[in-house]
Design a protein around this ligand. Sequence first.
Ligand SMILES: Cc1cc2nc3c(=O)[nH]c(=O)nc-3n(C[C@H](O)[C@H](O)[C@H](O)COP(=O)(O)O)c2cc1C
Length: 178
Amino acid sequence: MKIAILVGSARKGGNTDLLAHAFAAGAAEHNEVELISVSNVHVNPCIGCNVCRKRPNHDCFQQDDMCVIHEKLKTADLIVFASPVYFYGLTAQLKAIVDRLHAPIRNEFQVKKLALLLVAADTIPEVFDSILIQYKSVLSYFHLADAGKVLVRGVEEKGAIQGNPALDEARALGQSIL
Ligand SMILES: Cc1cc2nc3c(=O)[nH]c(=O)nc-3n(C[C@H](O)[C@H](O)[C@H](O)COP(=O)(O)O)c2cc1C
């Protein structure tokens, strides 16, 4: 299996990063894994022009790092979305990547499964609800399977997730991917 993990926090070494790396360490035992962090790329938001529908390659006219990300996602069997909760949603940088998948070039993708890794400062039960609704709708629309989720509440400061059992949970989820 080829796995692409999209890390949505710009805070290097932060909670999302640590959770994504734990998942990656487990998954790398049986799979080819690549981490793509928003801290290392620049992706402009989709401007909704739909020019991608008319271009010969069905790609976006914007020449930024999404070109490279597209190439990596194209061959992935599993795509993992890893993000901190920002105002009950994904981070803007990760959402920009997701929105750029509007371009019909995505029809070349071979992805069959998604997984979700989320962290939040709050401990309220509903803190992930809006992202989970979005995730479920994406799975259904694209006929994808859920490979699993790790949702971590109550982590705010950089590195607060250290020692949290969620890191073992993420590693085990990674190991379960075959
Ligand atoms: C702009 C912004 C918005 C946030 N919104 C929420 C929120 O709605 N709910 C919540 O529980 N935490 C919220 N947080 C806290 C982060 O989700 C939390 O600190 C997380 O651990 C950061 O992950 P990171 O270390 O990977 O960046 C927000 C943080 C920022 C910077």
